[in-house]
Every structure is written in structure tokens, then in C-alpha cells.
Design a protein around this ligand. Structure first.
Ligand code: RIB
Ligand code: NA
Length: 300
């Protein structure tokens, strides 16, 4: 039997440099020391879920190199099942990340091994999963196949459309829950990325096909979009150190809560708390809380 939560997505080694500001075109900026940390949207989501106690597997690919080893170690130490992580003869995906003092990041991804994830890889990993979460940075055909076959098998499908890409209508129609941030929501609704989206407009996301949507809004929490209306879920206020991977922590926590049978607004409330915790520490995977750490932080 496979895992209850299946995550389909990327695994990257994050090369993180802190800098006072990010370089503009043609400019050179000196930053701090480089840290190499386990990341990638898929691996991050799986690690977040496992730390919260989910029975979770990652369907992904890494290279036969030191970065691949770093990722497999982080996955295993966190309790993620790795039997569907293929080790291939391409370099492990890399993410070049700049973090500025406000905790904001910008990321350039070189997908490497992630490009080898094929639609047929989904077949072996899917049976038995109650919830499937897919994100981008892997071939779109694989994401599409994962979503449509999971939906056909009665598995609850979450599509974290990050980084945003244009996905066929049939795929979006098979999505139970579309997870995006405000920028991604703006682009999907046909606006410029920096246009603020007013909450009522978010119901337009359901016209694209998914049954429900959740839009994350950083420090402002998240908005749950359902056919019968919107629910705003505020975030606890925290000291922001590094927002890298907060959306992936959200996705992993959401999948875990839904797999446990939580109602959507409750699941989103838990996910908001986990994401808020993650931004208080550096890196993506290294910053994700265990159940015990979350409890302590709430009583602090
Ligand atoms: O969402 C954060 C992640 O995006 C990083 O860990 C990086 O690897 C990129 O995939
Ligand atoms: Na973090």
C-alpha cells in the first residue's frame, strides 16, 4: 500500500545567499556566505506534511550527486517515504535564492533531474493515496497526468499552481483544491501580477474549473474560496526571517489536515499557522515545524 498523502513535485538544492538588496540587470552585488539547504516545492511540501505526522511519499527525481544525497537525507530524516524518488543521471535541481533583510526572496531554478519526471511515473505511486498534491517545476504533462488520474481514482487533488503556468481546462476541472498565492491568483484572473486582487474577485478562480480554491496572502493569512462564498483566515503575526518555502509548508499542512478529515476552513487555519511558523526560521525544509514545536509556539 502506498502512502496516504502523495506529493508530486520538484526537489532542489537551495543555494541561499543573503544580500542587502537583489542585483538589477547588469549590476553586481556582494552578499553573505552561501548556504546549501534542501528545498524544491515538492520535497518541501512532503517534508512539511511528514513533520506534522502525515504518512506521505514524494514522487520526484534527484541526481546521483551530493545534492541528491542532501535531499534524500532530509526527506528520510523527516519521515517522508522515498521509494518513488528516482535517482537519475542528470544533476539534481538547483535553486539560486537571494534573501533580503525583509525576509523576501527571489529564486532562479535550474530543474535538472526534475525534468525527467514522466507521466507514467505516477502510475505506481498513486494507488491508495487519499490526497495528492502536485506543484510545478516538473514537466507540465506529468502534473496534468497526476491530477487527472488521481481525480479519476477518487483521490482528493490539490494543485499548487506554483510557479504559475497555463494548465489545460480539463486539468483544472479535475482539481478539487487550487492553491495559489495572490500574485499567481492575479495572473490566473488575467491581471498584471502586482495588481491587488480584491477578495470578491477571487471567486473567479472557480470559473477556471476547480471545486474550491485557497489563496495565500502572506502576513494577511489566506482566503478560502468555495462555491457558497469566501472565508478569510487571518495569520498570527510573527517576526519574518525568511519566507522561502512558506507556500510549500502551507500546502503540506493543508494536505495533512484534509487527510485527517478536517473541514476546509479548519485545515486552512492549521496551514496558516504552519506557514507563519516557517517564516520565523531560515531556509525552507529546515524551518518547518514538528507537531511539538507548533504547540510550544502557540503557548509562547
Ligand atoms: O517554494 C520554495 C522553493 O522554490 C525553494 O525551496 C526552491 O527550491 C524552489 O523550488
Ligand atoms: Na523559512
Amino acid at each position: 500500500v502506498t502512502a496516504q498523502v502523495l506529493v508530486v513535485g520538484s526537489a532542489n538544492a537551495d543555494l541561499v545567499v543573503t544580500a542587502e538588496r537583489r542585483p538589477a540587470g547588469g549590476e553586481t552585488v556582494l552578499g553573505g556566505d552561501t548556504e546549501t539547504l534542501p528545498g524544491g516545492k515538492g520535497a518541501n511540501t512532503a517534508v512539511a506534511a511528514a513533520r506534522l505526522g502525515a504518512d506521505v511519499a514524494l514522487l520526484g527525481a534527484v541526481g546521483d550527486d551530493a545534492h541528491g544525497g542532501l535531499l534524500l537525507d532530509s526527506l528520510k530524516e523527516s519521515g517522508v517515504r522515498t521509494e518513488f524518488v528516482r535517482v537519475v543521471s542528470k544533476p539534481t535541481g538547483l535553486a539560486f535564492i537571494t534573501v533580503t533583510p525583509d525576509g523576501e526572496n527571489s529564486i532562479l531554478v535550474s530543474p535538472g533531474a526534475n525534468r525527467t519526471l514522466r507521466p507514467e511515473d505516477v502510475t505506481a505511486a498513486l494507488p491508495g493515496a487519499r490526497v495528492m498534491v502536485a506543484s510545478l517545476e516538473i514537466p507540465l504533462a506529468t502534473v496534468e497526468h497526476a491530477v487527472t488520474t488521481a481525480a479519476a481514482a477518487g483521490t482528493r487533488t490539490i494543485l499548487n499552481l506554483s510557479p504559475v503556468a497555463s494548465v489545460p481546462e480539463e486539468t483544472l476541472a479535475a482539481v478539487d483544491l487550487l492553491l495559489v498565492n495572490q500574485h499567481e491568483a492575479a495572473l490566473l484572473l488575467g491581471k498584471a501580477e502586482d495588481t491587488p486582487v480584491r477578495a470578491p474577485e477571487l471567486s473567479g478562480l472557480l470559473d477556471l474549473g476547480p471545486s474550491t480554491a485557497v489563496v495565500t496572502a502572506g502576513a494577511r493569512g489566506a482566503v478560502v474560496v468555495e462555491a457558497d462564498g469566501l472565508t478569510e483566515v487571518p495569520s498570527p503575526s510573527v517576526d519574518v526571517v525568511d519566507t522561502t518555502g512558506a507556500g510549500d509548508a502551507f500546502a503540506g499542512a493543508l494536505a495533512t489536515a484534509l487527510c485527517d478529515g478536517a473541514a476546509l476552513p479548519d485545515a486552512v487555519e492549521r496551514a496558516v499557522r504552519v506557514a507563519a511558523f516557517s517564516v520565523t526560521r531560515r531556509g525552507a525544509q529546515p524551518s518547518y515545524p514538528t507537531v511539538a514545536e507548533l504547540k510550544v509556539s502557540q503557548h509562547a
